[in-house]
Design a binder for this molecule. Structure first.
Ligand code: BDR
Ligand code: CA
Length: 316
């Protein structure tokens, strides 16, 4: 008997690693992808939306509603990350022209529609700033029960990557992150603590490229580009962050996790955007997060290689 698939909404700011998260998601028969929404983050919303349409065209996605989400963070100023992902957000290979269209709803309204229509709770997988998810919870708190959990990439319990204290996705919109982390919805957090261990080396890139279908070659080129920035600052490989939020749903056996109370800092001279884990249980608060702390890196690389093989028959 086939296992029931997990209904999910993918929400991201592609971004090389968002795109690879979606490669994994659409290759998996464990997920039932109900919608894909873009958010501003790595680049502005026009560009992340364009990239979303092109990535999903590449993957041969049909019949999944796609919508453009929030343009700006809830409160703070918007900033992006062209130094990491290039001016387009997906610099490197030439992408196929999009054959897909947006569904006509705002991203947050599409999330609302999916949740309203779903008979069972849906899992959200945000891999960019949490603006869309926070706005969903602010506008429709009654739909909380329709959200099974949130498996997100964001934060870092021990360090940041945009400041010493803060990781990019959280720092872009700390107020949104605070709202989401305090929502009471179960959160799986793929933070830098695990995603920097989820690095892909040049040898791994060769393995992916050797699959040699169009998706595999483009994924290899994306990681190659993404590695350039990180190689210059001493990484052993490209930290391919976002797919870990998908791994948490489809192959949690390769991960180590722990329960923790995590608070988002929105103020402070140095700490805005920090994700503070209460390791000493001094807050007296129950854990609100399942934090992923480690990964079987080899198994992670294998998952990416195997996922790309699933696209050998794709017709765009
Ligand atoms: C996160 O920021 C972006 O650059 C990546 O897409 C990832 O979601 C890592 O800090
Ligand atoms: Ca991202």
């Amino acid at each position: 008997m086939s296992k029931k698939r997990i209904p999910v909404i993918l929400d991201g700011d592609p971004g090389h690693d968002d795109a690879i998260a979606w490669v994994l998601a659409f290759a998996s028969d464990m997920l039932d992808i109900k919608a894909v929404t873009s958010v501003s983050g790595n680049v502005n919303i026009d560009q992340t939306t364009k990239n979303t349409l092109e990535v999903l065209t590449l993957l041969g996605v049909k019949d999944v509603p796609i919508a453009r989400g929030c343009t700006k963070p809830l409160i703070g100023p918007f900033f992006d990350a062209p130094s990491v992902h290039g001016e387009s957000g997906l610099d490197g290979p030439v992408m196929p022209e999009s054959k897909l269209e947006l569904c006509g709803l705002h991203g947050v309204d599409l999330m609302i529609k999916v949740l309203e229509e779903s008979e069972e709770p849906v899992t959200l997988v945000p891999t960019g700033p949490l603006t869309n998810v926070a706005l969903l919870l602010i506008t429709r708190p009654d739909l909380k029960d329709k959200i099974e959990r949130i498996s997100l990439m964001g934060g870092g319990l021990l360090h940041g990557n945009w400041t010493y204290a803060a990781e990019f996705n959280i720092l872009v919109d700390p107020e949104a992150a605070k709202f989401v982390f305090e929502s009471g919805i179960p959160i799986i957090m793929a933070g830098l603590d695990v995603t920097e261990k989820s690095y892909i080396t040049s040898e791994d890139i060769d393995k992916i490229r050797a699959v040699s279908n169009e998706v595999a070659v483009i994924v290899a080129d994306w990681i190659d580009f993404f590695y350039k920035f990180h190689r210059d600052i001493g990484y052993l490989g490209a930290p391919v962050h976002d797919p870990v939020a998908i791994v948490a749903l489809i192959n949690p056996d390769i991960l180590e996790m722990r329960e923790l109370y995590v608070e988002i800092e929105t103020e402070g001279e140095f700490l805005r955007g920090a994700t503070l884990g209460d390791y000493s249980s001094l807050s007296g608060k129950a854990p609100n997060v399942t934090a992923i702390t480690n990964i079987d890196r080899e198994a992670y690389v294998d998952m990416i290689v195997e996922a790309t093989k699933k696209y050998s028959e794709v017709t765009m």
